[in-house]
Design a protein around this ligand. Structure first.
Ligand code: ITT
Length: 190
């Protein structure tokens, strides 16, 4: 069975293809030839995740998986959260987003934070939602070259390296995205 993964972020596509078992065939929006931007007008990760999945389901009437992810910092009352992609203004400018976050935490001792992924699956007769959370901390300087987004400044709890220092296989075992997608896969197999 073919499932469309409703994201325009190719890093997410790569990770999800690595996380899900091979027999769950994921097709990206790019592979579907879909190039429009889906405006994220929701005020929560749940709303945006549903919005992306519903938009693509309405268009293709095929099973769709979508996800919205946010970095939630304790000392900033959960910010940047749902605004993670455009924290510094321009959507998807990871460098500017990280610099602003580091600046806002400059004098902060409490560096605790979490990544949260909310995934939505919609098929003809069903709709379901899966959440994955990874706690950790924001370090003071970018470290590591791998991954994407805020990966160079986030160390997951129980590790001594950032997501950007992990191989894609390592990140795909412990990440927020992996937790949400494994829950989805389990539900899907049943
Ligand atoms: P889609 O909406 O098309 O799926 P997006 O990149 O806009 O792609 P989000 O709305 O979920 O994705 O935005 C979340 C932002 O948080 C994203 O721009 C990344 O910079 C960051 N992010 C998401 N997942 C991440 C991860 O695993 N590691 C580090 N940063 C991540």
């Amino acid at each position: 069975m073919k499932i469309i993964f409703a994201t325009s972020n190719e890093n997410k596509v790569k990770e999800v293809k690595e996380i899900l078992p091979k027999h769950i065939a994921i097709v990206s929006l790019k592979e579907m030839g879909y190039t429009e931007d889906i405006e994220e007008t929701g005020s929560t990760l749940e709303e945006n995740s549903l919005l992306k999945a519903q938009t693509i389901f309405d268009k293709y009437k095929l099973p769709v998986l979508a996800e919205d992810t946010g970095l939630e910092v304790d000392a900033l009352q959960g910010a940047p959260g749902v605004y993670s992609a455009r924290y510094a203004g321009e959507h998807g400018n990871s460098e500017a987003n990280m610099q602003l976050l580091l600046k806002n935490l400059e004098k902060e001792d409490n560096r605790k934070a979490q990544f949260r992924t909310v995934a939505t699956f919609i098929a003809e007769n069903s709709s379901s939602i899966y959440t994955g959370v990874v706690r950790g901390e924001i370090i003071k300087e970018k470290t590591g070259e791998k991954g994407f987004g805020y990966d160079p400044i986030f160390i997951p709890a129980g590790f001594d390296k950032t997501f950007a220092e992990m191989s894609s296989q390592e990140k795909s075992i412990v990440s927020h995205r992996a937790i949400a997608m494994q829950k989805f896969a389990q539900h899907f197999e049943n």
